[in-house]
Structure formats: C-alpha cells, structure tokens
Design a protein around this ligand. Structure first.
Ligand code: NAD
Ligand code: MG
Length: 392
C-alpha cells in the first residue's frame, strides 16, 4: 500500500484525486487530508477515507473539525496551520503527496514534501512560479520526484523522451507546444470583455475547476503561469515554449522533435486522467474517464494567441524572461487582482492593469532565498492592494 497525503483535498483536484484513489483501495492508503476552512467538506472525506490526520489551515476551522471528529468517534488527529500542512507532507509513512492547494499558500507544504523525498503529484503550479529555482533544487537534494498534474505538463511529460532532464537540445526536442482552450471569452471583443461577471468567467467551456484557476483561464494568465511552470519542469527557456489555442481541449499538449515529429497526448478533458497517470506511473490504472470518441470530436482546430488581447500571457513571458523574483511578483499581484475581481471590486479588464503596475513599481531581484521570496510575495500583495484601493 502506498501512503498518500492530499493537500487541498476539498478542492476540484482534491476531489478528483480521491475519486481515482477510491477505485484502487488495494493500492493507495490515504494518510492525511487537508483543507483551508471547509469543515463539512473535510469531515465528509474523513468519514469515507479514514485518514490518520486531517489538517485545516485555518485554526478556528481546525477546532471545529476536531469537535466534529470527536463527536463522530473517528480516530483522526486534527492539526492546523501551515506547520500542520508541512508536517503531513513530510510523514515517513507517506510516499506520495498530491499538491493541490491553490496559490502561493501551497509553497511551504509542497517544499516539505520535496525535502523529504516524496513523489510529488504537482497541481499547485503557483509554487513553481514563485520559487521555481529553489523548488527544483530542493527536489534534487531531497531525492523527490515530480509528476505533473497540470493536464498540459502531464501531456508533455508523456510525450517527452525519458532522459529529458539532460536538456531539451541534447535529447532532440525542438519545442514544447502548450495547448490552451482560450477560455470562455475567446470570441468576445475588448469592449465586451469589460463587463463580464465572475460567474461568466468561472463557467469554463471544457473544464470544471476551482474559481481562481477559472478566472486565470479566462485571462490566459493560467497559460502564462503554465509557461513558467514548464520552464522549470522541463529545464528550458521560455523561447522553446509555444502557446497554441486549441478550443476543443482534446489535445492536452505536444512535443516537437528535431526530426519533424510532433507527439501529442489526447483524451477527454477530465483531470482524473493526469491524476491516475501520476499516481500509477510508470504503470497505468483506470481513472473513471471514458474513452475518447474521435467521431464525436470530429475536428481539431488551432489558432495563434493574440498577446494584445491576452495581456496576462505577455506579462508572464516578460516575467520569466526577467527572471529572479519577477514571476513571484506576477503571481502575487495576480492572486490579489483575481480575488478583487471575484469580489466585484475591479473589472475583468483591470486584472492585467493591476499586475503590470505592480511589476513596474517593484523591480525584480535575483535571489534563491526562501525568506526573501516570501517577503517579495507579501510586498507585491500589499502593492497590488494599494493599486486597487487607489483606483476604486
Ligand atoms: P480549488 O479552489 O477547487 O481548491 C483549492 C484547495 O486548496 C481546497 O481544498 C482549499 O481548501 C485549499 N486551500 C485554499 N486556500 C488555502 C490556504 N490558504 N491554505 C491551505 N489550503 C488552502 O482549486 P483547484 O481548482 O482544485 O486548483 C488547485 C491547484 O491545482 C491550483 O494551483 C490550480 O492552478 C491547479 N490546477 C487545477 C486544475 C483543475 O482542473 N481544477 C487543473 C490544473 C491545475
Ligand atoms: Mg493546465
């Protein structure tokens, strides 16, 4: 039995992970489940999976959960805070850690998994965006293994030669082609974009996801964060990564080789496929996802993205090219801007304006130091909040 911790188990990826795990009770044992403040959601999962630990990042929610767990006579230790999250990511009896917390909040627990040599099933792309260099170093030192969960990166991983870590030039890979659906607003004019609501932004045409990543998909910041994620995961510069709009979301990404071959991974848009792949790799297990019906799909379309229309994508490329703390600043400003949009404090079209003004106000510096990165993250959030207050 493989011991598993699911960080962010009550979210969209967490729920899909437990769906796959429940199909293989002989293979995986859930040791710890975690959430931010959803007491009822975590309690329900605790009843079903009987983990040894349940962690709530929010201390008041942890107290409430502990009462509920006692009342239900469940033998589960309830922990709280970021220390509790890091503790269950590093337990000896845990071999695999699903990193599915949203945002930079996932960084410290995911680093704890890296330092203790776990197989990390990495959904939390923001951790790599904020601290890519440091994170990859800790993975190497700790002897950890990263299996990408982001559908694009999982697809790229499946299409890569096994020795890709030697460097893409050396293994004959000319380009990574990251596909993007273009989100729900691909066809809207810039004028129409101004008035879109959070509910419209969260209604993705192909994928059912958490609210933050849904807005990121609509602005295409999600693809920008994924370009940065791919640079770290596949040890390459951003000029080798091309974003391809593919509205059907059937090809999840591609790898182009020097000999002219292009390998693609296809499937129904359901995160249980990359989750099952990463859980079982190098083997294959059933995931609950049905077979792809190519006759129903009918056709596959491709378009070039417009960097003027999707300013967030441009900003992400600029941030990774600038390097240092620029991606951390980009990410923090984006998290604040997206939360403000979801609270209806700023318009959809103001998201990239806030991010760009924070990137202009705070020059990036070169550092691989965790405390400095965390300070930069805090400072960028404060700066973004200030920009939003001035505007409103
Ligand atoms: P979600 O909002 O549905 O779930 C987030 C989870 O994190 C929840 O369990 C929540 O309780 C927990 N959480 C939130 N804030 C926290 C905090 N401060 N401390 C501790 N825990 C906290 O998000 P999601 O859609 O499942 O996405 C999770 C991650 O996976 C994101 O980084 C996202 O970019 C990535 N991802 C998601 C999808 C998808 O299809 N949903 C696809 C690719 C990548
Ligand atoms: Mg993705």
């Amino acid at each position: 039995m493989i011991g598993l911790t699911v960080l962010g188990s009550t979210g969209s990826i967490g729920i899909s992970t437990l769906d796959v795990v429940a199909r293989h009770p002989d293979k995986y044992q859930v040791i710890a489940l975690t959430a931010n403040s959803d007491v009822e959601g975590l309690l329900k999962q605790c009843r079903e999976f009987l983990p040894r630990y349940a962690v709530m990042a929010d201390p008041d929610s942890a107290q409430l959960l502990a009462q509920r767990v006692r009342a239900a006579r469940l033998e589960i230790e309830v922990l709280s805070g970021v220390d509790g999250l890091a503790y269950v990511a590093a337990l000896d009896e845990v071999a695999y850690v699903m990193a599915a917390i949203v945002g930079a909040a996932g960084l410290l627990p995911t680093l704890a998994a890296a330092r203790t040599g776990k197989r990390i099933l990495l959904a939390n792309k923001e951790a790599l965006v904020v601290a890519g260099e440091l994170f990859m170093q800790e993975v190497a030192i700790g002897g950890a293994e990263i299996l990408p969960i982001d559908s694009e990166h999982n697809a790229v991983f499946q299409c890569m030669p096994a020795n890709f870590s030697q460097g893409l030039e050396r293994v004959g890979v000319s380009q990574i082609l990251l596909t993007a659906s273009g989100g729900p607003f691909r066809k809207l004019t810039l004028d129409q974009l101004e008035g879109v609501t959070p509910a419209q932004a969260c209604a993705h045409p192909n994928w059912d996801m958490g609210r933050k990543i849904s807005v990121d998909s609509a602005t295409m910041m999600n693809k920008g964060l994924e370009v940065i994620e791919a640079c770290w995961l596949f040890n390459t510069a951003s000029d080798r990564i091309k974003v391809v709009l593919h509205p059907q979301s059937v090809i999840h990404s591609m790898v182009a080789y020097d000999d002219g071959s292009v390998l693609a991974q296809l499937g129904n848009p359901d995160m249980r496929t990359p989750i099952a792949h990463a859980l079982a790799w190098p083997e294959r297990i059933v995931s609950g996802v049905g077979p792809l019906d190519l006759f129903e799909v009918g056709r596959l379309d491709f378009e070039e993205p417009d960097f003027n229309r999707f300013a967030c994508l441009r900003l992400a490329y600029e941030a990774i090219e600038a390097g240092g703390t620029s991606p951390a600043i980009l990410n923090a400003a984006n998290e604040v801007a997206v939360a403000s949009f979801l609270d209806e404090r700023i318009a959809f079209t103001e998201i990239p304006i806030v991010i760009e003004s924070v990137l202009t106000a705070l020059p990036g510096i070169h550092t691989g130091d965790l405390d400095t990165l965390l300070e930069v993250d805090t400072e960028a959030r404060r700066c973004a909040e200030q920009m939003i207050r001035i505007k409103v």
